[in-house]
Design a protein. Structure first.
Length: 95
């Protein structure tokens, strides 16, 4: 096997393991408050990401917010958790 195919195989194995772990988590965790942190942390691990978050809509307030944040930098994590964005405003710029 070449280095490229070994790397591809390792990546595929990580993805299969992620899917299996997520499937088990969906079956085991009834509370969304337990499920989302697991998913976010697992995705960071598998994709070797420095951080990840979930952005949800607070319909009552008309705002987007980050209830689940997995971030290696505590200051960034804290900032995201406290950030609320008006839902009618763009967050990625204009198209």
């Amino acid at each position: 096997m070449t280095d490229g195919s070994e790397k591809l195989e390792a990546t595929q194995q990580k993805r299969f393991t992620l899917l299996y772990d997520l499937g088990c988590a969906f079956a085991a965790h009834i509370e969304i408050g337990e499920l989302f942190p697991f998913i976010v942390n697992k995705c960071c691990e598998v994709f070797e990401a420095g951080g990840a978050s979930v952005l949800l809509l607070d319909e009552g307030a008309g705002e987007l917010f980050f209830p689940y944040v997995a971030e290696t930098a505590p200051r960034v994590s804290s900032s995201l958790r406290n950030l609320r964005i008006p839902a009618d405003k763009g967050i990625a710029g204009s198209v």
